[in-house]
Design a protein around this ligand. Structure first.
Ligand SMILES: C[S@@+](CC[C@H](N)C(=O)[O-])C[C@H]1O[C@@H](n2cnc3c(N)ncnc32)[C@H](O)[C@@H]1O
Length: 233
């Protein structure tokens, strides 16, 4: 298993997930780029979003993914997140039926309930992908899909850039980042009974460089990945 610290090029102080996202919640929406995750969701040909009655949004944050799901025909979305400050923003947004403060790997949500489980930009904060894929499997109905959008390991390795934020005083912090290879995802997903239906990768392209001109040096480097898993039983 690879360790992020072996690649860290920034050397920011590291904070845990709750501390980090509590500090980032107020500015999170201004800094995260839709091309990172929502553009990948747009590119997927599966699942049939409008066929989903109820979705579980793991690591729902401020509700960006929930808004996207509702706009694509999913009528009911339940969200789980570890960080109360992120949930406060999501609550104000009002797109989720339920918002629960909890762990993505042990949500406490009812099992065998969701035609879609989704986790966008969350797994790099999880030390254990096995528990993550197993919990999604427990929540899923038969013939459900699990959509995972990830910060791409190749970008983390090549740039040494952790998930990070800058606070009001201008100091930057790493939010504890775990490095999971694509094969780590595949292995954990297969063990939890998932089969891969579709995968897309997002690279640094003109959209990215328009938003972040300094990233021209990263052109064509994969930065995000979307996996669509389906139940294999
Ligand atoms: C980068 S944000 C993504 C939020 C949202 N899915 C989006 O795409 O905008 C990561 C979120 O995952 C949450 N998170 C990280 N680790 C978690 C865990 N173990 N259980 C639940 N939530 C977690 C954080 O609190 C944060 O809100």
């Amino acid at each position: 298993m690879l360790t992020f610290s072996d690649f860290d090029s920034r050397g920011y102080p590291t904070v845990d997930v709750r501390t980090g996202y509590a500090g980032w919640a107020a500015t999170y929406e201004n800094t995260v780029e839709d091309v990172m995750d929502l553009a990948l969701l747009d590119a997927l040909t599966a699942p049939d979003w409008s066929a989903v009655h109820r979705a579980a949004d793991l690591g729902c944050g401020t509700g960006r993914t929930g808004v996207w799901l509702r706009e694509h025909g999913v009528p009911h979305v339940d969200g789980v997140d570890l960080t109360p400050e992120m949930l406060t923003v999501a609550r104000e947004r009002g797109v989720h039926d339920r918002l629960v403060e909890g762990e993505a790997t042990s949500t406490g949500l009812e099992g065998d309930t969701y035609q879609l489980v989704i986790a966008s930009l969350v797994d790099e904060h999880l030390p254990d992908l096995g528990a993550f894929y197993s919990e999604a499997s427990r929540l899923a109905t038969q013939d459900a899909r699990f959509v995972v959008v990830s910060y791409h390991p190749q970008f983390i390795i090549s740039t040494g850039m952790p998930t990070h934020f800058t606070d009001d005083s201008g100091e930057s912090f790493t939010i504890a980042t775990h490095l999971h290879l694509v094969s780590d995802h595949v292995t954990a997903a297969l063990e939890a009974g998932w089969a891969l239906e579709e995968m897309r990768e997002g690279v640094i392209d003109d959209r990215w460089i328009a938003a972040k001109p300094k990233w021209a040096k990263h052109r064509n480097l994969p930065i995000s990945a979307a996996y669509v898993w389906k139940t294999s039983h």
